[in-house]
Design a protein around this ligand. Structure first.
Ligand SMILES: Nc1ncnc2c1ncn2[C@@H]1O[C@H](COP(=O)(O)OP(=O)(O)OP(=O)(O)O)[C@@H](O)[C@H]1O
Length: 341
């Protein structure tokens, strides 16, 4: 089911949470809505679900305006971080719940068979008789997904479904969700404020800033070509430096650090740690090492430029570098934006 948002606006009292968002989610696509707290992600999802109504603009399910389709007829399945399982029902009863209250009548045998099928799909066979308190947080979210899938939704809406879980479990569930999505091909909108999660999972990401779309594209597109300082900062892990652009070259102090197209004048420059190369011989931008953090994957070097900007870069495990060492860094790739103010 394709979903279209056409200039959707939502205001709470006097506060405008969503400012004319237009967006098309293709049938079978897994789209992530990514943005900081308060950027309007949940409000957009709730409007698609029919739990909230737009002040203006339209939401289409296929070619049909969804405004007047009640929640239960929209064919959407939800998994919300706080949309807990019913504690007094077993896992199987939780999964069966939607089928029992659905307009589509099913026999007891049909429901039981479907519950078993779903338990297998979410890789929890044999746990049907447990209560939610008797399974782990990660297992609970799998059950929540099975419950959402039970009524054969045309659209799946997931709002920070793994938000409360620890990093390893999140990573496993992410992979698992991707597999389930591939298997079932249901149009899915996934809300998260975690850029790694969004980039890892989604076919396309929409980055929101204060109720507006800052950028949308495939994970590769937004990572390679962030269109603003906001997106670059939000995608994370970027060093920020200041310099001056003139005729396509950016200089910091006396050093030309990179050539890139940006208007002449003061600029802010964003560089990922992996795009900086350490030079013990002092080539490039002069820096002093302030800290070295050893990790299984390599060494993270923290350094400071002559004008006092902190920098982080990665070097191989075998590279000798010590606190207090002076050297240089070469910039392989960077994004630059005119410095305002
Ligand atoms: N029912 C409401 N009444 C008033 N203001 C609201 C209501 N719901 C949301 N808002 C406001 O609208 C803005 C967007 O909220 P929303 O929950 O959509 O953001 P979000 O991006 O999902 O944030 P988070 O990641 O914190 O959940 C926020 O400033 C919020 O305070």
């Amino acid at each position: 089911m394709k979903i279209t948002l056409d200039k959707v606006v939502k205001t709470f009292d006097t506060f405008r949470a969503v400012h004319g968002v237009s967006l098309e989610i293709e049938s079978g696509e897994l789209l992530a809505l990514l943005g900081p707290s308060g950027s309007g992600k949940t409000t957009i999802l709730r409007m698609v679900a029919g739990l909230e109504f737009a002040d203006s603009g339209r939401i289409l399910f296929g070619d049909v305006d969804a405004t007047h389709i009640p929640v239960r007829d929209r064919g959407v399945g939800f998994v919300f971080q706080h949309y807990a399982l019913f504690p007094h029902m077993t896992v199987a009863e939780n999964i069966a719940f939607g089928m029992k209250v659905s307009r589509q009548r099913r026999s007891r045998e049909e429901i039981a068979a479907r519950v078993q099928e779903l338990l297998t799909l979410v890789k929890l066979p044999g746990l049907g008789n447990r209560y939610p308190s008797q399974i782990s947080g990660g297992q609970r979210q799998r059950v929540a997904l099975a419950r959402a899938l039970a009524v054969d939704p045309k659209v799946l809406l997931l709002d920070e479904p793994f938000g409360a879980l620890d990093a390893n479990v999140r990573r496993d569930l992410r992979r698992w969700l991707r597999e389930i999505h591939q298997e079932l091909g249901i149009t899915t909108i996934f809300v998260t404020h975690d850029q790694e999660e969004a980039l890892d999972l989604a076919d396309r990401v929409v980055i929101l800033d204060q109720g507006r779309i800052a950028q949308m594209g495939t994970p590769r597109e937004v990572c390679r070509n962030p269109n603003s300082a906001f997106v670059t900062r939000f995608l994370g892990d970027a060093n920020r430096l200041e310099g001056v652009a003139a005729r396509g070259a950016i200089r910091i102090g006396n050093t030309e650090v990179i050539r890139t197209a940006v208007a002449d004048g003061p600029v802010e420059i964003y560089v990922r740690p992996g795009d900086l190369v350490w030079s013990a011989e002092g080539q490039g931008l002069p820096v002093t090492v302030t800290r070295v953090i050893d990790r299984a994957s390599g060494r993270r070097v923290l350094a400071s430029t002559e004008s006092g900007f902190p920098l982080e870069l990665d070097v191989d495990v075998g590279v000798d570098v010590e606190v207090g060492a002076r050297g240089g860094v070469l910039v392989r790739r960077a994004s630059a934006y005119p410095l305002r103010g």
